[in-house]
Ligand binder design. Structure first.
Ligand SMILES: [Zn+2]
Length: 392
């Protein structure tokens, strides 16, 4: 079947016009089902209470949309929610859905459910076994980046395969669920091809697109979907979840503040280099009190040489938390009683040393300067300059 491109210059699609030339077609009417008597349990997805309520009500009222667009910041749980929704729509439990134990729930979790399709960005040349392996990793931790590589796209071939598969619904019960993760990575040809599917969705099918970059999707695609907005996670929601991934309580406290609502990032910080970065932040503060300018310079050169703005910002945020701890600790009448309010509660000795080191220094002013440095890093000021200013 020939598919007409909707845009004459598909390469320039970064800025959709505010008013699409093609008038928006009405969304397909939702499925009509009997009302459910069971309870929904989306507890495997962090936070997102509004989204959970909206989807639960749609299922319980038997009014599930044929196409959803999950939109929100990275690491907020869009793919995780999509997978749990796929389970809920196919779960056979009479009491709680998804139950995680029935055949459908287990088959979806292990990718053996014929009516579930999960599409992610991958190079055209990817081997089938690598595709399957990557998919398995994603199902294990749906908070990670679903793209196989940073430049990978979703090709028209994948969408064509999907359409062929969509024509074959295997089970009588439940729904065929198709998840297109990071849908903004579809090539223009793939997006045009998908439009057909959106216009004539197969019976008992639900399409879920996820994206953190809504502006990169065709307006014609957005208008065919029910847009469901995901919020950045709250630091408390991240903090509560981290211990099950090996974080101590104080690590969870600090990491949740650094993650900026992004659970993927929280797990990255935790696993990759959190302790190293925390030590370096402390070292930065020590060096800033050093009388030896050469030591200061070489330390700044070393940190600045990495040219990683994100990491430098994390480093300064950690330095800020050390300073706040020192300030609180220094001003406390009873040092034991403030323990629970410290970010680095597991490092009392270090905080004590820091208080000593900053004796006679206006900590409030140092804290303000550190905050200012974080602003400067965000504003793209040369990293070394910011660091030098801070240590002097
Ligand atoms: Zn189940």
């Amino acid at each position: 079947m020939d598919e007409l491109p909707l845009f004459s210059q598909p390469a320039k699609r970064a800025k959709p016009e505010p008013k699409a030339r093609t008038p928006a077609k009405p969304k397909p009417s939702p499925h009509r089902e009997e009302k459910g008597n069971f309870r929904l349990d989306f507890s495997r997805v962090l936070g997102q209470e509004k989204v959970k309520k909206l989807l639960s009500q749609a299922i319980l009222r038997g009014r599930v949309s044929k196409a959803y667009l999950f939109y929100g910041p990275e690491g907020s749980g869009k793919d995780a929610m999509a997978i749990e929704l796929a389970k809920a729509l196919n779960c056979q439990s009479p009491t709680v859905r998804p139950c995680q134990t029935c055949a459908a729930c287990r088959q979806i979790a292990s990718l053996n459910y014929p009516d579930l399709h999960f599409i992610f960005a991958a190079p055209k040349s990817i081997k089938e076994e690598d595709y399957v392996k990557h998919l398995a990793r994603l199902m294990e931790n749906p908070y990670q980046d679903s793209a196989y590589s940073s430049t990978a796209t979703i090709s028209i071939e994948r969408i064509r395969e999907l359409k062929r598969a969509a024509a074959l619904k295997r089970h009588q019960r439940g729904y065929q669920v198709t998840i297109i993760s990071q849908a903004d990575r579809m090539t223009p040809e793939a997006a045009n091809s998908l439009l057909k599917l959106l216009e004539e969705p197969p019976p008992r099918s639900v399409l879920i697109l996820t994206t953190s970059r809504l502006e990169r999707l065709f307006p014609t695609i957005i208008s065919r979907c029910q847009v469901v907005q995901f919020a950045p996670l709250q630091p408390e929601e991240i903090r509560e979840a981290l211990p099950q991934f090996g974080a101590s309580e104080s690590q969870a406290e600090v990491v949740s503040r650094l993650a900026m609502g992004n659970f993927r990032k929280a797990r990255e910080i935790l696993h990759e280099d959190f302790e190293t970065l925390r030590k370096e932040a402390l070292e930065l503060l020590r060096v800033s009190r050093s009388a030896d300018e050469l030591t200061q310079l070489s330390f700044v050169e070393e940190l600045g040489g990495r040219k990683d703005r994100g990491k430098t910002k994390e480093l300064l945020l950690l330095a800020l938390l050390w300073l706040r701890d020192a300030q609180l600790f220094a001003s406390a009448q009873d040092r034991e009683s403030v323990r629970e309010f410290l970010y680095n509660a597991d490092k009392i000795e270090e905080i004590r040393d820091l208080v000593q080191l900053f004796q006679g220094i206006n900590l409030e002013k140092t804290i303000a300067e550190t905050e200012n440095s974080i602003d400067l890093i965000e504003k793209n000021v040369y990293i070394n300059l910011v660091l030098i200013h801070l240590v002097n």
